[in-house]
Ligand binder design. Structure first.
Ligand SMILES: [Zn+2]
Length: 135
């Protein structure tokens, strides 16, 4: 696979933004007194969840707009367009499979886009944890 300079630059930026979004949400949850573990594989062989509340059984994924095809910001590289289309479609299919496997195993799955402000993301996550703990 060849990637042109623009695509490589975009990928690098997106990776950094993923991390920054994740850190912002984690900081916000921590500030609110929520305790969690990070980067935990909830089910063997599946993508690690970004933030996990083990007692509540809530798995949180902060999905990057590019890699997970956010409806607002997804962009498609022009070089190797078919390859990218297939790869990104596979990512989305894998996400849905992960959701379904986790739910079958009794987990709640929360997905927030990286573009979501950390405060909003933390609100959504906290609501899911509270609901889960209430049974
Ligand atoms: Zn987005």
């Amino acid at each position: 696979m060849k990637t042109d300079a623009a695509t490589s630059a975009r990928m690098a930026r997106v990776r950094n933004r993923d991390t920054a979004a994740e850190m912002a949400v984690r900081r916000e949850l921590h500030r609110r007194g929520r305790r969690y573990v990070v980067q935990r594989a909830v089910l063997p062989g599946r993508r690690r969840a970004d933030i996990v509340f083990t007692r509540a059984k809530v798995a949180v994924f902060i999905d990057g707009c590019f890699w997970h095809s956010c409806p607002q910001h997804a962009t498609r590289p022009k070089a190797n367009a078919a390859w990218w289309a297939e790869k990104l479609a596979r990512n989305v299919a894998r996400d849905r499979q992960t959701d379904s496997d986790l739910r079958s195993a009794g987990w709640r799955v929360v997905r927030v886009w990286e573009h979501e402000p950390a405060v909003i993301a933390a609100d959504i996550i906290e609501a899911a944890v509270t609901e889960a703990l209430a049974g």
